[in-house]
Write a protein that binds this ligand. Structure first.
Ligand SMILES: Cc1cc2nc3c(=O)[nH]c(=O)nc-3n(C[C@H](O)[C@H](O)[C@H](O)COP(=O)(O)OP(=O)(O)OC[C@H]3O[C@@H](n4cnc5c(N)ncnc54)[C@H](O)[C@@H]3O)c2cc1C
Length: 395
């Protein structure tokens, strides 16, 4: 399938076999009880078939199709980057459902592999790998979003427990998660990046209250999370106490890594569907709409070229990740706008029962340029770390 060019014929053969294996498995297994899950759970539709998608994730796990890149000793396949790309592309091509366990697999797992103790790895990685436990990310607070170093949630060590007080916000999937990785201030009187710790906190306890936040789509993918003398074990700090900033930044470098190429296949399908709609309704005869569709196809090629380049360089270059986030965030937000333009006045009318998939896409894609670091924050990173421009004033 030639996702990444190779001159090694053995590698190409084994990649082709790997590709056929996953393609056959998906064709065989996205049937029966899972047949109706194709295409579910996309942007703005996270609420769809949650239990069924969870069962699907566990089915994938039981067949060894989760955490492919992890070392074999921790339950992975030790798959190469190329094989992981193949997996994500085939997964998207099969229109398989959006995963519900991505926070554990893509964020917490790699963080534990990089920074966790052996005991933490042995305790938590199996639950992530089997989708036995779901995770959420407790970073943002009402006063700490882009400026994450302003975190004010505190944790103090009391005997063999951390006692946590404060509030997190916009915590995706907190209402279904078993565990949360929480950034908390553990050194009294400390400020900014110093004195923070990265704690693993069980969600199911009296000291934690989760309140859903209703989104523009009318559903609640994210939440407020209140910690009122919540507790976790003293040993559940990743990295050294007080060194949580380094670990927290490590997690962010894993956000949207290799799965980006699968994401682009889904983007291409959304664009193809919009183009088909434009042809059916005659909207494609409008030269301005036709031009926007063409530009979107070109934009998609740019996304792909950029993703392949940064992956083949095999670096964790902050500039590359920021360029990627800017490119896909803006592209996908623009796609939501294009979907509305193609529908014309009809797109402004709500259906009798629910929003259409296009309306959901449009509303949810407004968030694409905010989560995972806003456009402005990405531009600051590129300006300072790549272009070497003067740093902006900081508190
Ligand atoms: C769908 C969704 C899911 C999310 N899931 C999670 C999650 O699971 N866990 C979690 O911890 N967080 C989550 N977030 C929160 C997300 O990380 C924050 O929204 C994001 O970091 C921005 O922070 P903020 O909302 O506080 O906005 P602010 O930081 O207050 O920013 C407000 C505006 O000011 C701009 N701005 C801020 N600082 C600067 C600057 N220095 N220079 C120029 N402009 C600036 C921003 O770009 C933005 O336009 C989620 C957000 C969304 C939308």
């Amino acid at each position: 399938m030639g996702v990444i060019q190779t001159s090694d014929s053995d590698t190409a053969t084994s990649d082709a076999e790997f590709c056929a294996e996953i393609r056959d498995w998906l064709a065989e297994n996205l049937s029966g009880e899972f047949r109706d899950l194709r295409g579910t759970g996309g942007p703005g539709r996270e609420h769809e078939f949650f239990e069924e998608r969870l069962a699907w994730d566990r089915h994938l796990a039981a067949a060894g199709w989760t955490c492919l890149g992890w070392p074999v000793e921790y339950g992975g396949r030790g798959a190469s980057v190329r094989q992981q790309v193949i997996f994500h592309e085939e997964y998207a091509k099969a229109d398989a459902p959006a995963r519900v366990s991505h926070v554990g697999e893509e964020l917490l797992g790699p963080t534990l592999l990089a920074f966790g103790t052996e005991e933490q790895k042995r305790r938590f990685l199996p639950g992530v790998r089997s989708v036995g436990e779901l995770w959420c990310q407790g970073y943002s607070e009402p006063g700490a979003g882009s400026d994450l170093a302003a975190v004010s949630t505190t944790a103090r060590l009391d005997g063999d427990k951390w006692v946590i007080n404060g509030q997190k916000i916009w915590t995706s999937l907190a209402h279904v998660a078993d565990w949360c990785f929480v950034i908390a201030r553990t050194e009294k009187g400390s400020s900014r990046h110093k004195g923070l710790s990265y704690l693993l906190v069980p969600m199911n306890q009296p000291g934690i209250e989760v309140r859903p936040i209703e989104q523009l789509t009318g559903t609640s993918e994210f939440n407020e999370v209140f910690f009122d003398d919540a507790v976790t074990e003293a040993g559940l700090v990743v990295g050294e106490p007080g060194d949580g900033w380094r670990v927290a930044m490590g997690t962010l470098t894993f956000e949207r890594g290799i799965s980006t190429l699968g994401q682009q296949i889904r983007f291409a399908r959304e664009l193809a569907d919009i183009e088909a709609l434009a042809r059916r309704t005659g909207a494609a005869d409008d030269p301005l709409i036709a031009d926007r569709i063409d530009s979107a196809w070109v934009g998609l090629r740019v996304l792909r070229a950029h993703a392949l380049r940064t992956m083949s360089e095999d670096t964790h270059d902050a500039g590359g990740a920021s360029v990627s986030k800017l490119l896909w965030g803006n592209w996908h937000r623009g796609l939501g706008e294009l979907a509305m333009a193609v529908q014309g006045a009809a797109g402004l009318v709500l259906g009798p029962d629910d929003m259409t998939a296009w309306q959901r896409l449009y509303l949810f894609s407004r968030a694409d340029t905010i989560y995972g670091g806003s456009n402005e924050v990405q531009r600051n990173i590129i300006a300072e770390r790549v272009l070497g421009l003067p740093r902006e004033a900081r508190p």
